[in-house]
Design a protein around this ligand. Structure first.
Ligand SMILES: NC(=O)c1ccc[n+]([C@@H]2O[C@H](COP(=O)([O-])OP(=O)(O)OC[C@H]3O[C@@H](n4cnc5c(N)ncnc54)[C@H](OP(=O)(O)O)[C@@H]3O)[C@@H](O)[C@H]2O)c1
Length: 254
């Protein structure tokens, strides 16, 4: 019999938006699971700081400043990674933004910023990385969706649309790239304590209202998401593709 392999030993792993919040925790946890980690984002001092922490695990590490909305930036990042590591085993498309406001107040600029970052960015990074994964005949892509891709959230019209888009993009890419042994999955978390959700956590009433919707009775932590990402990145999930894994404490089961 073959025992499931939950480790990421020497796997070359890119985490977009790895400089803060959920992405930062994912980057650290993947390094702890054995991966060499490439962290990307737009804030240089945070990228440097997380790389210093990752080095503690003894793995190779690289940071690349880039904007996921910009195809040239993405191509340059992939070229840098290939020059440094020669291959790419795992891509975690984590970078994302949100704006909380009524649909009638979403400007065109806000709509474009959310869709371009959360949906187009996932596509650009997946496409650029997959060309290498297809050559290798091996790879795992994990996209950061949200429970907001499964159920509507008030005042999140562009965000929900972007994450619903990520869910279907995940399924289509999974179908197209399965013949090349490249798996594509998504994680869909509930509310997680990060800089993105500072305002939710600051307001006692909103906090209570949100917690009441989570059957497990608590918000998620970035580590809850990282565990699911490691599973989907690792060989333990070798038969899983096109799946959206809810990490929502039961929110969407009601
Ligand atoms: N927090 C939650 O409750 C929650 C729930 C479900 C899903 N999610 C999803 O989880 C992911 C991470 O969220 P988070 O809460 O950790 O947010 P966060 O703390 O605000 O971090 C977002 C990350 O994305 C990066 N980023 C944003 N726009 C970018 C761009 N155009 N190009 C490159 N990097 C960019 C940021 O880098 P810079 O700061 O350098 O720009 C930062 O590293 C997002 O996709 C989010 O939608 C979050």
């Amino acid at each position: 019999m073959r025992f499931p392999n939950f480790t990421l030993n020497s796997q070359v792993t890119i985490v977009t938006g790895g400089n803060k919040g959920i992405g930062r925790t994912i980057a650290l946890c993947m390094a702890q699971a054995g991966a060499h980690v490439i962290v990307t984002g737009r804030t240089e001092h945070e990228l440097q700081e997380v790389c210093t922490e990752i080095k503690r695990f003894g793995n190779k590490v690289l940071w690349v400043e880039m904007d996921v909305r910009n195809a040239m930036n993405v191509k340059r990042m992939v070229a840098q990674v290939l020059e440094a590591f020669g291959r790419i085993d795992v891509l975690v498309n984590n970078a994302g933004i949100s704006h909380v406001l009524p649909a009638e107040d979403h400007t065109e600029e806000i709509w474009d910023a959310i869709i371009d970052t959360n949906l187009k960015g996932v596509f650009l990074c997946s496409q650029a990385v997959c060309r290498q994964m297809i050559k290798q005949k091996r790879g795992s892509i994990v996209n950061m969706s949200s429970q907001a891709g499964t159920v509507g959230l008030l005042n999140h019209v562009a965000y929900c649309a972007s994450k619903g888009g990520v869910n279907l993009l995940t399924k289509v890419l999974a179908l197209e790239w399965a013949p090349h042994n490249v798996r594509v999955n998504a994680i869909a978390p509930t509310v997680i304590r990060t800089p993105m959700t500072d305002k939710v956590f600051a307001d006692k009433d909103v906090r209570a209202e949100m917690t009441a919707k989570i059957p497990l009775g608590r918000f998620g932590e970035p580590e809850d998401v990282a565990g699911a990402v490691i599973f989907l990145a690792s060989e333990a999930s070798g038969m899983v593709t096109g799946h959206v894994l809810l990490v929502d404490g039961g929110w969407t089961s009601r």
